[in-house]
Ligand binder design. Structure first.
Ligand code: SF4
Ligand code: SF4
Ligand code: SF4
Length: 243
């Protein structure tokens, strides 16, 4: 049986999520038994115009990105947002809080007039997306689970509960008890609360849970005198498109 073909594409991003795919090491050999990678600029020079599954990394931040993404969508049977830049807009959306002309001047100085920029947005603001891999960077295990699920016809598992759940499983002392703000109560889990486990607060890189306002973990914030609105207003590092 012919294996599905897979291609990787990048827009505005650091390409760290593709790097994570290339870092799969031992698992990559097993994945290559299931799919044929036909385009992956970070690791191979071959290119292809035909593919079944397109993994798209990065957010859309220039006019010229839009027709390119639409072209990828037309060719792919399944389109996956790879990492938070693609899935929720991610860190690039910091610029959305500023005047775009000022942003260009800050970045390009006297050459600012040569560059075009638009508000940064996730790829599903432009095209239909079938699956999402969240995180900055995305989680390697979730990538493997998604690929194997697509091949076997299973529905991939995407956590829709907050980071607090995983944080409690790790038996961490809550950052709020240390007087530090944390976005774990409203952020989608799946990272095993890696930041809070290593002593940092959650900055919300995996985006909001689907039903953030009925999420019982927001009680943690309420206990510390914080409202959901205040929490959402802090969701700026990765959630500039959502806010
Ligand atoms: S989600 Fe993070 S690691 Fe992935 S491409 Fe964007 S900035 Fe880089
Ligand atoms: S608020 Fe942050 S530190 Fe506290 S339990 Fe939730 S994720 Fe962990
Ligand atoms: S703890 Fe929060 S910021 Fe850290 S990886 Fe998980 S979702 Fe991202």
């Amino acid at each position: 049986m012919k294996k599905p073909t897979v291609a990787f594409f990048d827009f505005t991003c650091c390409e760290g999520c593709q790097l994570e795919v290339s870092n799969l090491e031992d698992k990559l050999i097993d994945l290559l038994k299931l799919v044929d990678i036909v385009m992956f600029r970070e690791v191979m020079s071959e290119k292809s115009d035909t593919y079944d599954i397109a993994f798209v990394e990065g957010s859309i931040s220039r006019e010229i990105d839009i027709p390119r993404l639409e072209g990828i969508r037309k060719k792919a049977k399944i389109l996956v947002a790879l990492g938070s830049c693609a899935a929720i807009g991610g860190i690039n959306c910091i610029k959305n809080f500023k005047d775009l002309e000022d942003v260009k001047k800050i970045v390009y100085g006297k050459d600012a007039g040569h560059f075009n920029t638009i508000l940064a947005q996730p790829i599903d603001a432009v095209v239909k997306v079938e699956h999402y891999l969240y995180g900055c960077p995305m989680i390697k295990e979730e990538f493997v689970d998604l690929v194997t699920s697509l091949i076997s016809g299973k529905k991939p598992v995407v956590p829709n509960y907050p980071v607090c759940v995983e944080c409690k499983i790790q038996e961490n002392i809550c950052m709020f008890h240390k007087g530090v703000y944390c976005l774990g109560p409203i952020t989608r889990a799946g990272c095993k609360a890696i930041c809070t486990t290593y002593g940092n607060s959650c900055e919300g890189c995996r985006g909001l849970t689907d039903d953030v306002n009925i999420n019982s973990q927001t009680d943690i914030m309420k206990e510390h005198g914080l409202s959901l609105d205040e929490a959402l207003s802090k969701f700026k590092l990765y959630g500039g498109y959502l806010r």
